[in-house]
Write a protein that binds this ligand. Structure first.
Ligand SMILES: N[C@@H](CCC(=O)N[C@@H](CS)C(=O)NCC(=O)O)C(=O)O
Length: 174
């Protein structure tokens, strides 16, 4: 979302939240949804990055002040939507999460373990996470290979292929 706001030159203030609950800023807004990011515009709050990006597209139509970064052809629009779904719902997100190293400070923190147990409803089991890491690695490796052998295979810099214009929405989704 931050990349989108920057690329479209939409002014914003970022309110970085603590890694674990409690998140007093969100409580002050009356928000019990605990995932990040969320977006607040005036009195409205938008949850989930997909909904946030769709809302910003609607509220900020292309203009000189906020140039479009959206794909223009039907093919590029489809790629953007497929990437959105693949990275959010298609397992990439969970596989990336499975790769968080065991020796990272968060993983060593008992407060983080308790927070994750409350969040997932499952016992925090470092050994089970170690067993799941190879599968996460293969999943991310496969995803990189697929992109590199298809859309990035021609040496382009950005998924949208817009060398001169720079990254766009399709790159954010990817
Ligand atoms: N589909 C959601 C996923 C957001 C999400 O799961 N974010 C993680 C951080 S990357 C989160 O907030 N997890 C709950 C927590 O850490 O309390 C989105 O795209 O906004």
């Amino acid at each position: 979302v931050v990349w989108y706001l920057n690329l479209r030159q939409i002014p914003y203030t970022q309110c970085v939240q603590p890694f674990t609950l409690p998140r007093p800023d969100l409580r002050a807004l009356g928000v019990s949804y605990r995932r990040i990011p969320l977006l607040s515009i005036n009195r409205d709050i938008y949850l989930d990055s997909r909904h946030i990006l769709a809302t910003l597209e609607r509220l900020y139509p292309p203009s000189a002040a906020h140039p479009s970064i959206s794909p223009s052809t039907p093919e590029a629009k489809l790629i953007s939507k497929l990437l959105e779904s693949w990275t959010s719902d298609g397992g990439i997100f969970m596989r990336a999460a499975a790769l968080i190293p065991n020796d990272s400070s968060a993983m060593q923190d008992p407060g983080f373990a308790k927070d994750r147990e409350d969040f997932s409803g499952k016992k925090w089991d470092p050994q089970a996470m170690n067993r799941g890491r190879p599968e996460g690695l293969v999943g991310i490796w496969e995803a990189c290979v697929m992109l590199e052998n298809t859309i990035l295979g021609d040496g382009r810099i950005w998924i949208g292929g817009e060398r001169t214009k720079g990254p766009g929405l399709v790159d954010i989704e990817g």
